[in-house]
Design a binder for this molecule. Sequence first.
Ligand SMILES: C[S@@+](CC[C@H](N)C(=O)[O-])C[C@H]1O[C@@H](n2cnc3c(N)ncnc32)[C@H](O)[C@@H]1O
Length: 205
Amino acid sequence: MDEFPPGFFDRADPGDDAAFYAPARLVTHIDDAAIAAVGDLYDDLGVDGEVLDLMSSWVSHFRRPPSRLVVLGMNAAELDANPAADERIVHDLNADPRIPLPDEAVDDVVCCVSVDYLVRPLEVFRDVARVLRPGGRFVCTFSNRVFPTKAIRGWLHATDEQRCAIVAEYFRRSQVFDEPTAARRTPPSHPGDPLFAVWARRRGA
Ligand SMILES: C[S@@+](CC[C@H](N)C(=O)[O-])C[C@H]1O[C@@H](n2cnc3c(N)ncnc32)[C@H](O)[C@@H]1O
């Protein structure tokens, strides 16, 4: 993390994530158009095989569930309520960035509106590459809404474009992915929540 500015990964609430995420939040964090944009992206990219939804809750936003879906998040009740999930893992990636899955376990990994909560993102991105099969993609989507006390300071002070650049840097600096693609997936004229995506393929396909 040395190359990011001092304090970049600090949070207003540095306390245990387990305490913050203990109450189940069976809500959506982005509006319907942004949710539809997530599903459209997964369709366009063909994310339909064995998939890990990292930092998941009760919805994974697929238009059709992939062939097998593993969901990992902080709240068991939220994950239990996810109708698309085949396997559920409660795990704190800030306490332990290693994903409790074997090497090359899934075809693709997705992470929706959550990458801004990671305090050790490069370690997590490297471990995402470990659980991906050759050629697998890691697809990060995000908007401009956050839990402000739990998002990293660097994210809170960034513009939408800078947030795309931050996630692209996570991909580059983890050194285990090909060059990432970044896109705005809702039209600039969309009056609601914007939806941005940055994704890349595991290096060495
Ligand atoms: C804004 S919600 C997004 C949930 C879901 N991905 C969605 O699209 O609605 C943030 C999610 O990140 C997960 N999360 C936050 N901190 C985490 C951590 N340290 N380790 C694992 N998951 C975490 C929480 O469980 C929560 O469900």
